[in-house]
Write a protein that binds this ligand. Structure first.
Ligand code: C5J
Length: 222
């Protein structure tokens, strides 16, 4: 069986059962004026991984493997936004407020869109999610079941929030999960490192992590 070199040990690769899930590579997390910046974060950390995320997406497309994108966003009437989520923290702009790129994290607004360099192409599934995890209150589980997917490669932002939450949700549902180290980022470098360390600790208790070139090498020969 083909394998991807990974930590804490090789990831068993099943070509017919694997998909890439790119989490929340949206303008709202990566550009000035968006949600991430409104919380006081350095969004430049996010834009720096765009070339690697793009390379990973292209590798999956070239190999004929499915690419799924997620977007954290809410309905314009905020009916799927818990009050506790809206009120959390001290952002300069709250979810639903009008910002320089439209309403913060609202479906259909310019700032909520996926970065143009990483935009989905025809046929790729886009999951709009109101939570941090991509399984909560979405159709992701059904989509994966219909496609026969049992293995997920994860990329996107932020490592310790939406990426890790999704990985834990997937792990509990029986998926084998592999995080691409160069194609994920946090506003806090120490949180990225900690998330990577805890994911693969205790014999891959949540999943595996791997170098982008090792992932691309295996999928290109599959
Ligand atoms: C956050 C995310 N950090 N996509 N969202 O609020 O990680």
């Amino acid at each position: 069986m083909a394998e991807i070199k990974a930590q804490p040990f090789a990831f068993p690769f099943r070509r017919q059962e694997i998909a890439l899930v790119v989490i929340d590579m949206q303008r709202d997390f990566a550009e000035p004026g968006g949600f991430g910046a409104s919380l006081g974060n350095d969004v430049g950390r996010i834009t720096r991984i765009v070339p690697d995320v793009k390379r990973l997406i292209q590798g999956f497309r070239d190999a004929g493997l499915p690419v799924i994108h997620t977007m954290e966003c809410h309905r314009p009437d905020l009916s799927d936004l818990p009050v506790a989520k809206r009120n959390r923290g001290k952002p300069s702009l709250r979810i639903g407020d009008e910002g320089p790129m439209g309403r913060i994290l609202i479906a259909g607004e310019p700032g909520t869109a996926i970065l143009p360099e990483l935009a989905p192409i025809d046929g790729e599934v886009v999951i709009e999610k109101p939570g941090k995890g991509a399984f909560y209150a979405t159709e992701l589980g059904n989509v994966l079941r219909e496609k026969g997917i049992t293995q997920l490669v994860l990329a996107g932002v932020t490592t310790e929030v939406c990426v890790q939450t999704t990985m834990r949700e997937a792990n509990d549902r029986g998926y084998e999960c592999l995080l691409c180290e160069q194609a994920t980022e946090s506003y806090f470098p120490e949180f990225k490192e900690a998330a990577i360390t805890m994911i693969r600790a205790q014999g891959a208790i949540v999943g595996w992590t791997a170098d982008i070139d090792d992932i691309l090498e295996t999928i290109s020969h599959a």
